[in-house]
Design a binder for this molecule. Structure first.
Ligand code: F6P
Length: 321
């Protein structure tokens, strides 16, 4: 192996830069050439890249986003688009590709590896933490901390005005962020797509809390796949309980800013180990952290299988709130 390429694809996540830095520097130490592909798979289709040196990744470990930029590329979903990418990588002399991203990224990487003879490794980088085969994804810890920090601030007003706040967090159609932000922020209720429950049940629990002396409440809601979900929930709560409410949609604030120490560490570790993996002949795998150990698992499973949220934690929240 003489040269590798690295790209970031899908939603950016804090810690991706730490990972790009680790991939680059580890590969350089091992005597490889490193190409940074720009704008995810789109850079492979349209030949946008730059060669990365040690200095190219200086002073980025603390920066959110991704210096390589990111995108969701429709052309990569077609065999023709992937063939263009393979041709380009061959022209560059690249004999190993590392893709940092979420399930969409791994799906693209998987089909590419089925059609072309270039070894690939996926590194999980998404704030959603919804990737099968790893306990944590790069960016998740930062998103949690941003969410908890927001709730701490919101609670001041919730408490002073004795209000109900509905706080909508990201996570696409999984509830990892909502669950752990809710627990960490001491939310009264957490609503996630993985658990079906009626809003009447939620309102009843809030009502019982009020009877015990609670004067404010915070409900954390996972965005799910239904636009405006938090508005529907807040409206319904008002009708059922009569509580005055406000809604906060955290949105992309959760995806930006400086990565936490945990995300910088995870990005650095997975980045370096992915390069070792390629050098040791691994391909068509995702690298993850399971029980604090590096684990290579099937790239196909990473996007086909669904990682489960800890339903016990959701139950526990009802004792805590
Ligand atoms: O997958 C990361 C994520 O931030 C999700 O939590 C969210 O649903 C989605 O990306 C938003 O995507 P975009 O930035 O394209 O609006």
């Amino acid at each position: 192996m003489k040269s590798i390429a690295v790209l970031t694809s899908g939603g950016d996540a804090p810690g991706m830069n730490a990972c790009v830095r680790a991939v680059t520097r580890t590969a350089l130490v091992k005597g490889l050439k490193v190409f940074g592909i720009e704008r995810g798979y789109s850079g492979l289709v349209y030949k946008e890249y730059r060669e990365l040196q040690r200095q190219s990744v200086s002073n980025i470990i603390q920066r959110g986003g991704t210096i390589l930029k990111s995108s969701r590329c429709d052309e990569w979903k077609t065999p023709q688009g992937r063939a263009k990418g393979a041709k380009f990588l061959k022209e560059l002399g690249v004999d190993g590709l590392i893709g940092i991203g979420g399930d969409g990224t791994f799906r693209g990487l998987y089909f590419f590896s089925q059609e072309h003879d270039i070894p690939v490794i996926g590194i999980p980088g998404t704030i959603d933490n919804d990737i099968y085969g790893t306990d944590f994804t790069i960016g998740y810890d930062t998103a949690l901390n941003i969410g908890v920090d927001a709730i701490d601030k919101i609670r001041d007003t919730a408490d002073s005005h004795e209000r109900l706040f509905v706080v909508e967090v990201m996570g696409r159609n999984s509830g990892f962020i909502a669950l752990n932000v809710g627990i960490g922020g001491g939310a009264e209720e957490i609503i996630i797509p993985e658990k079906e429950e009626t809003l009447e049940e939620v309102a009843e629990r809030l009502f019982q809390g009020r009877k015990k002396g609670k004067s404010s409440s915070i409900i954390v809601v996972a965005e799910g796949d239904e636009e405006g979900k938090s508005f529907t929930i807040a409206n319904k709560m008002k009708r059922i309980s009569g509580m005055d409410y406000r809604i906060v949609v955290l949105g992309h604030i959760q995806r930006g800013g400086s990565p936490t120490a945990a995300d910088r560490n995870l990005g650095s570790l997975l980045g370096a180990e992915a390069v070792f993996g390629l050098l040791n002949g691994k391909s068509n795998v995702m690298i993850g952290l399971v029980n604090n150990q590096i684990k290579f698992s099937s790239l196909e499973e990473s996007w086909k299988k669904r990682k489960k949220v800890d339903m016990n934690l959701l139950k526990i929240n009802q004792f805590l709130s």
